[in-house]
Design a protein around this ligand. Structure first.
Ligand code: AYL
Length: 535
């Protein structure tokens, strides 16, 4: 509800209780304590590898997680505050690895496995890992770290997870009790400006988010059998990262798809009785457009949780017409708030088409006029500010002092233009920040601009989003050529494509006569957008 006196929106969901802030527990302790409340048996399947059909029950997951954490401590000598870089496609080993590292206080830092070597070098520079975990397909891109690179798809890793330790002989082994304010994970995001940054999330942040996710599961009511989730979202991104923790807490069965493909996903639904799928909007678009969806048995499917980028109203309408039995629940969130901020919950709320739902318990929000900084009432558009225990700790190093600009008196500025209706439903209208979202992935314009500016034929360049039905937005380069230079669209695109991960490629180019800038030299993106996108 909206409180006019404080001009603050409060959550309408039931209150959530978190552990005492000074209790020395890790997010893994919390996940396991929630798990112990579950009524599903330990024989419940925790993980399914969709490629091989291999199943790992919860009893086994817990054993493996413990063995691996002993191994990491005893043999690899990892300890509290070490940073571990994880560069892996989605696979069943990764959630077990996350839990093992977090349980002994090692900071988990997952990066996109399609990153190039130089992009990964940048992540290493930011977070300073001592060890990396990769697969045989990604390891070659990693630089040499002090403790080397461990392949999670190797027989050695399998034995690390099944090794037995005599705890009487090794009394020092076992979970570490961190302070909840310790950094637990470093995820990567470009935030509201500039280049990619390392987002520090604490154990407290992760505990908060697991508690939020649990509260919606409780509100949705217990299922007759354990939910079966399929993640099309990557485990290195905040959405997949926190889902991998909340699924263990709630004893859900998770189907891991190493490589996403629409037909593979639809087939897996029937094959494994998938009840819920977590996805970004382009997958919904693909489901609507696909001519083959009818061929698959989707009868087990109850709901899709869709987040990370805007979902068009017409897509929602087409989806409901095509799949009337499946609930489509939008969620909204951002890395700097450890993921979820709001979601649509239950069939009644999902009638609010286009809304990203209501605020989770634990969170408060304001809608602030970007010009006057005044807090606005329901129905008015402004920048969304959020306060709660899931606000990130800061950016690693933070040489630009970005956090001072981004968190003001505990309020995190999301950089999104939003409004609430008078029933507490949130709507995202536009993005005020520079960030481009291609298929739900973050693309930082400044990174591409720097690359373009290094081209000898380019005098100046700016990168802005170009609207696209399938991908959401395309990175669009506006290039000012050096006088006398013959540079065509293709060579601009190829120049960038050679140096970046595929999702960051420039997919459209315009040649301009000038790039509008403020007196301070800042690109005026709004003016540029008007200039090149006007009909
Ligand atoms: P990041 N509609 C419109 N824009 C969205 C939405 C949405 N539903 N969700 C995210 N965004 C945009 O850090 C918005 O601009 O995290 C926001 O500031 O990669 C930015 O994406 C943040 O991008 C969950 C868990 C959603 C995670 C998420 C998405 C996290 C995306 C729901 O339960």
């Amino acid at each position: 509800g909206y409180n006019p006196a404080t001009k603050t929106f409060h959550s309408l969901r039931p209150p959530i209780h978190l552990p005492q802030e000074d209790a020395p527990i890790s997010v893994v302790d919390y996940v396991l304590s929630i798990r112990s409340l579950s009524r599903w048996p330990n024989s419940t399947t925790a993980l399914i590898d969709s490629a091989t059909g291999r199943r790992i029950p919860y009893s086994d997951l817990i054993r493996r997680q413990k063995s691996l954490s002993y191994y990491l401590q005893d043999v690899l000598k990892l300890s509290r505050h070490d940073v571990a870089l994880v560069i892996c496609p989605n696979c069943v080993q990764v959630p077990i690895l996350y839990l093992s590292l977090l349980s002994i206080g090692v900071v988990v830092s997952p990066g996109n496995p399609v990153s190039t070597g130089s992009e990964i070098a940048r992540l290493v520079e930011l977070s300073g890992p001592t060890i990396a975990f990769a697969t045989s397909s990604t390891a070659h891109k990693l630089p040499k770290l002090r403790l080397g690179t461990i392949l999670v798809d190797s027989p050695e890793f399998e034995s690390m997870m099944t090794h037995t330790f005599d705890l009487d002989l090794n009394p020092g082994l076992g979970p570490t009790q961190p302070s909840q304010s310790d950094v637990a994970a470093i995820l990567y995001s470009s935030g509201t400006t500039g280049r990619i940054k390392g987002v520090m999330l604490t154990h407290r942040n992760l505990i908060g988010v697991v508690a939020l996710c649990r509260s919606s599961a409780v509100a949705a009511g217990e299922r007759a059998s354990p939910p079966v989730l399929l993640y099309t979202v990557p485990l290195f991104h905040v959405f997949g990262f926190i889902y991998s923790l909340k699924s263990v807490a709630l004893m859900e069965t998770v189907v891991m798809m190493p490589r996403f493909g629409l037909d593979g996903m639809l087939k897996a639904v029937g094959e494994f009785g998938v009840t819920d799928v977590a996805m970004a909007p382009p997958v919904v678009v693909a489901m609507v457009k696909s001519g083959s969806a009818e061929r698959y048995d989707l009868s087990s499917l109850k709901s899709l949780v869709v987040g990370a980028a805007p979902l068009g109203k017409d897509v929602i309408a087409a989806f409901k017409a095509k799949f009337p039995a499946v609930e489509l629940a939008q969620g909204y969130g951002l890395t700097e708030l450890t993921g979820p901020v709001s979601r649509v919950l239950g069939p009644k709320e999902s009638k609010k088409w286009g809304s990203v739902g209501r605020l989770y318990g634990l969170l408060e929000a304001r809608i602030v006029d970007p010009e006057t900084q005044e807090a606005l009432p329901p129905g008015k558009q402004g920048e969304l500010w959020v306060k709660g225990p899931t606000t990130f700790k800061g950016y690693v190093g933070d040489p630009e002092g970005t956090i001072d600009n981004m968190v003001i008196n505990g309020w995190l500025r999301t950089g999104d233009l939003c409004y609430f209706d008078d029933q507490g439903f949130l709507y995202v209208v536009d993005r005020l920040k520079e960030l481009i979202k291609y298929n739900g992935y973050q693309v930082a314009p400044a990174e591409l601009e720097q690359l373009l500016q290094s081209h000898p034929g380019v005098a100046d360049a700016a990168v802005i989003p170009y609207p696209d039905e399938e991908a959401g937005q395309l990175p669009f380069a506006c290039v000012l050529r050096r006088p006398g230079c013959i540079l065509d669209e293709r060579s601009v695109m190829e120049f960038v494509a050679k140096q970046v991960a595929p999702y960051k490629k420039i997919r459209r180019v315009a040649f301009v006569n000038s790039i509008p800038k403020s007196p301070a030299g800042k690109i005026l993106r709004k003016d540029l957008r008007k200039m090149v996108l006007a009909p």
